[in-house]
Ligand binder design. Structure first.
Ligand code: NZQ
Ligand code: ZN
Length: 396
């Protein structure tokens, strides 16, 4: 196991009716004037926005609002939010919605006190030294942004999608009411499930040895997600299943399962280029890449893939030839994706994607300093091309 520091200061406030505590929580953390930042309108339609305003007013807090954060949020609205917050003397940002509205809130919170261009943080030219206080009300279990130290924004000029990691990105509080997820369309529910599974798998496929505790935590989360997924897809208003999925999504990405080990995150880097160019849903993009990535990476450590297959999907372990078990696991994962309506290759993901787009995708993928992507078996230029090509029409 590697050395690590793990600090998750977020107060999670979970359960029915918790959105009504927004005002009290903002006050508790010292906010006096709040910017409510939300998405394309679901918060208005469901009545969550009105409840939030009521709760802030009951706590004697002033507020301004900015809607319009779209899926795969863009920099232009972040600039607008920074301007608005400065002009209005806002001292607290409350993100209301899915990962996009909350990530956009994180970028605004970092940008307000910064004299330069907030994009510097995403271009790795600077790190935030301080940010405005931030809390959120989550309506989509997927990204884990409610507990994560990351935010992901797309720069409209050149459609570059980039992440920024900072301890300031962890919200002071996150309100999580599973009932708020009842209105999610099936596609978003399923994409969220694929995303949270990917967050665990990006950490699971590692070369670090002696990480049994975090392996088992990840496997438990994955198994629970797979078990509950069928229920939430069939019964969108099943509170208990929604609650299990929601909490799993947080634990999948607050790094509980990533500490003490080298993590990979190459599939995320590849996917970000798909959602930047075609605006596809992030989780669906991950599902379309994972089977091919696992197949390509099998030679690196067939036993680790076989362990995943056996412990998460109940595949029978073939000790003489773990590649047999590993293959079984890839097929079972793909069948699971199909069962919840997720794609298993790029063709299924979006008909606009062509093989001729692959060189451009490869060119844009964010590399490490040594030019490769990921760490399980780092992907060099030729590997990136091979994985995209394999994913193009991957079949079980
Ligand atoms: O915009 P509104 O009208 O709110 O509608 C949204 C949007 O259309 C809708 N929605 C959300 N909650 C709803 C709802 N509709 C009905 N009822 C509800 N309760 O769902 C659609 C998708 O929302 P979005 O916020 O885009 O989805 P998600 O939460 O999956 O966020 C995706 C973004 O987060 C990034 C992704 O790359 C993508 O940009 N990620 C952020 C991470 C992080 N900060 O840690 C990690 C992830 O790996 C990911 O990269
Ligand atoms: Zn993700």
């Amino acid at each position: 196991m590697l050395n690590f520091q793990f600090h998750t200061p977020t107060e999670f406030v979970f359960g029915r009716g918790t959105e009504n505590l927004a005002g009290e929580l903002v006050k508790k953390y010292g906010g006096t004037k709040v910017l409510i930042h939300y998405g394309g309108g679901s918060a208005l339609r469901t009545g969550l926005y009105d409840k939030t305003v009521k709760s802030l007013e009951a706590a004697g807090l002033k507020h301004v609002a900015l809607g319009g954060a779209r899926p795969n949020p863009v920099d232009t609205l972040v600039y607008e939010g920074i301007e608005l917050a400065r002009r209005e003397g806002v001292d607290f940002i409350l993100g209301v919605g899915g990962g996009s509205a909350i990530d956009s809130s994180k970028a605004i919170a970092a940008g307000v006190p910064y004299e330069g261009d907030f994009w510097d943080f995403f271009a790795e030219k600077a790190s935030p030294a301080k940010t405005i206080r931030l809390g959120c009300i989550v309506t989509l279990p997927a990204t884990g942004t409610e507990g994560s130290d990351s935010a992901v924004i797309t720069r409209s000029d050149g459609m570059l999608k980039r992440g920024m990691n900072s301890r300031f990105n962890r919200p002071l509080f996150s309100i999580m009411n599973p009932e708020l997820t009842f209105t999610l369309p099936p596609w978003q529910t399923a994409s969220g499930i694929a995303d949270m599974m990917a967050h665990i798998m990006e950490r699971y496929f590692t070369n670090t040895r002696h990480v049994d505790v975090t392996d088992r935590l990840g496997e438990a989360l994955l198994t629970s997600i797979v078990n509950q997924a069928g229920i939430v897809m069939r019964e969108p208003e099943n509170y208990d299943a929604r609650a299990e999925i929601m909490w799993a999504g947080t634990l999948a990405h607050n790094n509980l399962c990533g500490v003490g080990r080298e993590t990979d995150f190459s599939v995320h880097k590849l996917e970000h280029e798909l959602s930047a160019k075609w605006d596809v849903t992030h989780g669906a993009g991950l599902a379309a890449l994972y089977p091919a990535w696992m197949q390509y990476q099998m030679p690196q450590n067939p036993m680790r893939l076989a362990q995943f297959a056996a412990r998460v999907f109940g595949a029978e372990m073939n000790f003489e030839d773990p590649t047999v078990t590993a293959w079984d696991g890839i097929r079972r994962l793909a069948a699971f994706y199909t069962s919840i309506g997720m794609p298993v290759n790029l063709r299924e993901l979006d008909a606009r994607i062509g093989k001729s787009d692959i060189p451009e995708l490869v060119a844009k993928v964010r590399r490490k300093k040594d030019g490769t992507v990921g760490s399980f078996r780092p992907l060099a230029e030729a590997d990136l091309k091979n994985v995209f090509e394999l994913a193009f029409d991957w079949k079980p």
